[in-house]
Design a protein. Structure first.
Length: 115
């Protein structure tokens, strides 16, 4: 596989591409949904919710943490995770801005050519 060229792109675009890539796995989306429903949890709670082994869940948690979507802290022998509100708000703001751009009047593509 070739090297993906990332030079010359806006840092926000680069970061959002990493976030979207991280969210592109069903296990990571399931983790985000689980964390959204509970303000914090212990890693073992997440493991019992997913049909994956503990090392696999830990890897997915690590990827979500790396892109700033979740945060975690050590509580005794366990790691407690929750959604990083600042990181999630940045994602929502990015897509709100993108949506606003798409809502601006522009020349529409001729849909009959795309069929």
């Amino acid at each position: 596989m070739g090297i993906t060229k990332t030079e010359g792109f806006d840092p926000q675009v680069l970061h959002m591409s990493e976030v979207i890539k991280a969210l592109g796995h069903p296990a990571r989306l399931a983790i985000m949904e689980y964390l959204a429903k509970s303000p914090s949890c212990i890693c073992s709670d997440i493991i019992s919710e997913l049909p994956l082994a503990q090392p696999t869940v830990s890897r997915h948690l690590s990827e979500l943490k790396k892109v700033g979507l979740i945060k975690g802290e050590i509580s005794g022998k366990n790691m407690c995770y929750c959604i990083d509100r600042e990181g999630w708000n940045a994602v929502m703001e990015y897509f709100a801005q993108l949506s606003a751009c798409m809502e601006a009047p522009t020349e529409k593509c001729n849909s009959s050519k795309n069929k």
